[in-house]
Design a protein. Structure first.
Length: 216
């Protein structure tokens, strides 16, 4: 159980996959961080905390670049897909929350547990929903994707010949894709009796940012 004695809030979180990567694994350590909010909840925009995430990645050996910089080797994309009150069917809507809502979704027939399904910390979502009314619970869910940029054909060179003049070489960028992508889901939730939603949301965001900053 994770209980904040000052606020009385109970916290929990779940990470879909444990990502084990290091900056030294990539030829280009330059990383572009992008935060998005497709949840429709303006209260959970992470744009104001972009510098905090970039600073944490810099301490791990990555080199954060500006949003308009075209020279980068990695894209770190955080998209908040749900933010709001926790409901009893939220685990059904968001697959990797199954293990956090009571019952391990990946339990094997022999009684073992497939730990690769998720890493849980704190109180399970089912515990929070069972202890507090839904109006006093809050959850935020995000998809985190690391895209490894494919630079093999990043520039196209065209040779233009005008009569006897020296040929003119024109270099232009071409559409770039990713050689590989790594993805995981993150959910943070909290509950407390007679606690304003604004207070719960702020506390969830703080915990959420700590996890996002340390996911790689």
């Amino acid at each position: 159980m994770v209980l904040d004695p000052e606020t009385g809030l109970q916290f929990g979180s779940v990470i879909e996959k444990n990502l084990v990567i290091d900056a030294s694994m990539f030829a280009n350590h330059r990383i572009k961080v992008r935060v998005r909010n497709t949840s429709g909840d303006p209260a959970f925009s992470l744009s104001a905390f972009l510098n905090q995430i970039e600073a944490a990645l810099a301490q791990k050996g990555y080199q954060p670049v500006a949003a308009d910089d075209d020279d980068f080797g990695l894209l770190f994309d955080v998209n908040v897909v749900y933010s709001g009150q926790a409901t009893s069917n939220i685990a059904q809507e968001i697959g990797f929350l199954g293990a956090a809502a009571g019952g391990i979704a990946g339990a094997r027939a022999d009684g073992g547990v497939d730990v690769a399904l998720g890493v849980l910390t704190g109180v399970t979502l089912g515990t929070i929903l069972g202890s507090h009314v839904t109006e006093d619970t809050y959850i935020a869910v995000a998809d985190v994707t690391i895209g490894i940029v494919d630079r093999a054909d990043a520039v196209k060179e065209t040779v233009i010949q005008f009569g006897a003049n020296a040929p003119e070489r024109v270099r232009e960028p071409v559409a770039q894709g990713f050689s590989d992508t790594i993805q995981t889901g993150i959910a943070v939730y909290a509950g407390g009796r007679n606690t304003p939603q604004s207070q719960i949301a702020a506390a969830v965001r703080e915990r959420f940012l700590r996890i996002v900053s340390d996911v790689i």
